[in-house]
Design a protein around this ligand. Structure first.
Ligand code: ADP
Length: 581
């Protein structure tokens, strides 16, 4: 935070004398040496000069309005590139803002490094009341895959090397790196500084699965009558697109993508069982999980969703051995990196690998056809005002012609419906609320995806979800990013029709200002705002936005009574007789 009246001189990066260097320069050189070319962050004491220097030395510094969004941008950059995304923040409050993104990155297995400036150890540890005093290292530890502090300039190279390796090796995650203000200003001999830098060799080494684990997995698949493959975002992250597709096509086994694995194979692929999701989860007898965890998003692998009381046989491909048996027994664990594991499975298939029984494939095809025709009928309706379905149909029609577009998606109903209505055709193009199901990733992910790919992003946002990061519209305009944000505006959280039962002056907890014009927020920063009340207007506005490649926001007016409480997660709300009708 850039507090007025506090002198930054003590940590300013004055050019070091010719034969010396300092902490500022060593941090930037260490990052550059490891091919990190972008920092997402928010300046203030003590890291403003670090950001300036990064820019002066040819790195990209993307400045945000809130650290959480910078952290989310860094995390999505890490997910897209398999290189850690870097987020830079000031001490205590700025660090804590970034910590939410770090925890989210760790939870989602995205490689990211949060670098925060901090106050001096001597004062923090004696709790003598320093400016922005906080024991950041210990605060970060429970939420990070690893956390390190560097106290000596000659250790900066090692500190950054450790952070990079920890972020990307094994199961990827968020790493915290604590840089006290005084470290940045420390000077050492330039030659000693150069020698201290470390270029990380093979940061995420391949991990080859043991041959017997591959055989065991193939035995389960071979004997299955109703096999299913489930692809998670770990499979998308691994960038093993060709072998994964080959495994699916060679075995002929139907597959389901988790939301961020959509597009790993085009959603229109004939083996996709997405349109028969509930059916295949319940009816399959053996499931091969590739980079997907049996967490709440998959009903923990048990219960009615999975066809209980029938027992399911699971094969799980994952890099983290402790993931196995986390929720239910896994009959055939295959531990290694997804590329190596899938290649080994492919090699082991042999020419006599049996195709799945025709009854199973026919039953799925039938269920798909039924569900698709039901969905087509729902999508064809044209209610006024628009509902989620008619608005998403309008968006789908445009995106179908632009498979290269990155899609960011959050909200309750907006997330649930968009996930099934918007098909993806390319891998790693869909970014959403992920493992935590959190709101607030929208503009951070959109900026991260736009900066990293240099291509168009469309962010499909519930009006409530958008509120968490909406100020970053200014950032989008400042960097002139090709981001089109579509706000599904139904006047509230879930919907806008709740009333205060007391008749008092406050609106109900879920209600926002009626008929808000989010498009005008965009105009305030020089972007283009559009107001759409019909599917035709929405289609036209989106097509125009993508063609322009400019910052755009479309205020899509949705029927305020259209939303369901918590979308599809209604069952997670504790019941209260007082508030439920
Ligand atoms: P989804 O939410 O899409 O189901 P998850 O985030 O639950 O996906 O699961 C991703 C899984 O992928 C994690 O268990 C993680 O350990 C694993 N993973 C991530 N990267 C790799 C990789 N390169 N090789 C193997 N497993 C990986």
């Amino acid at each position: 935070m850039a507090e007025a009246g506090i002198n930054e001189a003590q940590t300013a990066a004055a050019p070091p004398a010719q034969d010396t260097t300092d902490g500022f320069h060593l941090v930037i050189e260490a990052l550059k040496l490891n091919d990190i070319d972008t920092i997402f962050g928010l300046v203030g004491i003590p890291i403003t000069d670090l950001a300036r220097l990064a820019q002066a030395e040819g790195m990209r510094f993307i400045g945000f309005r809130h650290e959480q969004n910078a952290g989310n941008a860094a995390a999505v950059a890490g997910y897209m590139t398999k290189k850690p995304g870097v987020c830079l923040t000031v001490s205590a409050p700025g660090f804590l803002n970034g910590l939410t993104a770090l925890a989210n990155a760790t939870t989602n297995c995205f490689p990211m490094i949060l670098i925060s400036g901090s106050s001096e150890r001597e004062i923090v540890d004696l709790q003598q009341g320093d400016y922005e005093e906080m024991d950041q290292l210990n605060a970060a530890k429970p939420y990070a895959k690893a956390a390190y502090r560097v106290l000596h300039a000659e250790d900066i190279g090692i500190g950054i090397a450790r952070a990079i390796r920890a972020a990307v090796s094994g199961r990827p995650g968020g790493v915290y790196l604590d840089l006290p203000a005084r470290l940045l200003a420390q000077t050492i001999e330039a030659a000693k500084g150069r020698q201290s830098l470390v270029k990380v060799v093979d940061a995420a080494p391949r991990q080859i699965p043991a041959p017997d684990t591959v055989e065991r997995a193939l035995d389960v698949l071979r004997t299955a009558k109703r096999p299913l493959i489930l692809l998670g975002k770990g499979a998308a992250y691994a960038q093993a697109d060709a072998p994964i597709r080959a495994l699916i096509e060679k075995t002929g086994i139907p597959y389901l993508p988790m939301s961020m694995a959509k597009g790993l194979l085009p959603d229109t692929h004939e083996q996709s069982a997405s349109a028969a999701r509930s059916f295949v989860l319940a009816e399959s007898d053996a499931v091969l999980l590739i980079g997907a965890r049996l967490n709440w998003l998959l009903s923990h692998g048990k219960g009615k969703t999975w066809g209980a009381p029938a027992r399911k046989r699971f094969i799980q491909v994952d890099i983290a051995p402790t993931e196995i048996d986390s929720n239910v027994a896994i009959e055939a664990p295959v531990i290694g990196d997804i590329g190596s594991c899938v290649e080994a499975l492919l090699e082991g298939l042999g020419s006599d690998f049996p195709k799945p029984p025709a009854e199973w494939l026919d039953a799925i095809a039938q269920r798909k056809a039924q569900n698709l025709s039901k969905m087509a009928a729902t999508l064809a309706k044209n209610p006024a005002p628009m509902n989620f379905h008619s608005a998403l149909r309008a968006i789908r029609d445009v995106l179908k012609t632009r498979p290269e577009v990155n899609v960011v998606n959050e909200g309750a109903n907006t997330l649930d419906y968009a996930r099934s209505i918007i098909d993806m055709a390319q891998p790693r193009k869909r970014f959403d609320s992920g493992t935590w199901g959190i709101m607030g990733i929208g503009m951070g992910f959109a900026i991260g995806a736009a900066v990293t790919s240099g291509t168009q992003v469309v962010a499909i946002e519930g009006d409530s979800a958008f509120g968490f990061s909406g100020m970053e519209l200014e950032t989008i305009c400042r960097y002139d990013l090709p981001v089109c944000t579509i706000v599904f505006n139904n006047n509230g959280v879930y919907r806008g029709t709740d009333v205060n039962p007391t008749g008092g002056p406050d609106v109900a907890p879920t209600v926002f200002v009626k008929n808000a014009r989010y498009d005008r927020m965009m105009e305030a920063f020089g972007g283009t705002g559009r107001h759409a009340t019909t599917p035709e207007e929405l289609t036209a506005a989106l097509a125009e936005a993508i063609a322009s490649g400019k910052p755009t926001l479309i205020n899509a007016v949705i029927d305020e009574s259209a939303g369901t409480e918590s979308g599809r997660l209604t069952n997670l709300n504790p019941q209260s007789a007082a508030t439920k009708k």
